[in-house]
Design a protein around this ligand. Structure first.
Ligand code: NDP
Ligand code: DXP
Ligand code: MN
Length: 412
């Protein structure tokens, strides 16, 4: 079998590194053609020397050092969004792994949708922000969109050989994140360290905070809506603390299909980039006796309003999902910088999504402009609330109005 040529967007991240680990173990199966990274020069250079791509892009800040270090290597070095787009659109890659974090991943993914190509999609924000426009472009170009996200990969794997007409509902599993069991009142006091301490997955900081607020599951509900062309009534969420069942599909005859395994993203990544082939991976075996039990709960929508925001955005339509996504990114960045308390992330999401235009953004340019407008709204709100420990105007647990407390989110 000839080697699959692969380009990786977000090569230095958690998904990117796992993907390149698979390539390293299967040199007869893959060849890396292009790589796009951000500011991590050390890892970028290591990867460039190991995989010898034809084209590479990094953040503007590290461009000169990168170019200088790779002088004479024959690798074409580019930078910034233009560079990432050039890597994505570079012809010859049969598979494009989209794993830049956040809405920065949308322009390269969009431009990388080329005839006959497989887009292995980790960057869920692309579908949340771009929804019908992205799916339209996939169809128009004759590309193939394959999920990398573990839940969607589970559904995709479970549905192999089954007819989508036979689906009663899909059930996305959520770990519940590190804040599972906390009350609404306790949310204001969650520290950055606590929120970054995911119980089952090791991922980049943005998605880890999304998991802590359960926005990740909200984004995944929207992702499932577009990937599988399902109405939101057929998409449900259940909290499963162990992250062993990666998601389930219930068929019209009551049969339930599940995909299971120890939490390790190399499984879903390899399935997506290999064209549904089962590659040998050194992923641990599932020991059911050691596991002992699996638990299931309804999500607590009072303490974690973000999943409801996602359903609301789908119901409201137009640019609501795009605005929800942009608001979330701004709010998460503010939380990570210690500028706003954890509980305000969901508040900002909810306020911004209600201001979204109710007509669709159809082109990349429209999506980008709209995303910027949403970011500005979220920024204004974040600045307005910065330094407040409690949500202004919301009664605290004693029923009194909370006074803003300087200091914002605490790190310890
Ligand atoms: N990690 C996981 O297990 C899962 C992740 N996903 C999704 O995959 C995506 C990546 O997540 P994850 O790997 O955890 O994130 P990381 O934060 O670990 O990695 C992000 C990657 O994107 C790069 N990057 C960031 N901004 C830019 C930019 N403006 N231009 C070019 N590159 C940029 C980073 O470069 P650098 O570090 O060099 O600055 C890095 O390579 C997200 O959309 C996430 O939701 C989905 C399911 C599971
Ligand atoms: C690995 C993966 O797909 C993540 O999206 C994961 O699902 C995050 O965990 P949560 O279930 O806590 O959101
Ligand atoms: Mn997931």
């Amino acid at each position: 079998m000839s080697r699959t040529s692969l380009s990786v967007l977000g090569s230095t991240g958690s998904i990117g590194r796992s993907a390149l680990d698979i390539v390293l173990k299967h040199p007869d199966r893959f060849k890396v053609l292009g790589m796009a990274a951000g500011k991590n020069l050390e890892v970028t250079l290591e990867q460039a020397r190991l995989f010898e791509p034809e084209i590479l892009s990094v953040a503007e800040e590290v461009y000169s050092s990168c170019k200088e270090s790779l002088f004479g290597s024959g690798i074409k070095v580019l930078s910034g969004e233009e560079g990432a787009v050039a890597v994505a659109a570079y012809p010859g890659a049969e598979v494009l792994l989209s794993a830049i974090v956040g809405d920065a991943g949308l322009p390269p993914t969009w431009e990388g949708i080329l005839p006959g190509r497989t887009i292995a999609l980790a960057n869920k924000e692309t579908l949340v922000a771009g929804g019908s426009a992205v799916m339209g472009r996939i169809r128009e170009k004759g590309a193939r969109l394959v999920p990398v996200d573990s839940e969607h990969s589970a559904i995709y794997q479970a549905m192999k050989g089954h007819d989508w007409k036979s689906v009663r509902r899909v059930i996305l599993t959520a770990s519940g994140g590190p804040m599972f069991g906390k009350t609404k009142e306790e949310m204001a006091h969650v520290t950055v360290e606590e929120a970054l301490n995911h119980p089952t997955w090791r991922m980049g900081p943005k998605i880890t905070i999304d998991s802590a607020t359960l926005m990740n599951k909200g984004l995944e509900v929207i992702e499932a809506r577009w990937l599988f062309d399902l109405p939101s009534e057929k998409i449900e969420v259940v909290v499963h603390r162990q992250s062993i069942i990666h998601s389930l599909v219930e068929l019209v005859d009551g049969s339930v299909l599940a995909q299971m395994g120890v939490p390790d993203m190399r499984g879903p990544i390899s399935y997506a980039i290999s064209g549904d082939e089962r590659l040998v991976l050194d992923v641990k075996s599932l020991d059911l006796v050691l596991l002992g039990q699996m638990t299931f709960h309804h999500p607590d929508h009072e303490a974690f309003p973000s999943i409801r925001h996602a359903y609301r955005a789908l119901e409201r339509g137009g640019q609501s999902c795009l605005w929800l996504n942009a608001a979330n990114e701004v709010a998460v960045a503010h939380f990570l910088e210690g500028k706003i308390p954890f509980s305000l992330i969901a508040r900002i999401q909810g306020e911004v999504l209600e201001q979204a235009p109710v007509f669709e953004a159809r082109t990349l340019d429209e999506i980008r402009k709209s995303g910027k407008a949403a970011r500005n709204k979220a920024q204004e709100l974040a600045e307005k609330y910065a330094g407040t420990e409690e949500i202004p105007g919301n009664p605290n647990h004693n029923g009194q109005m909370a006074a803003p407390v300087p200091g914002g989110a605490r790190r310890n």
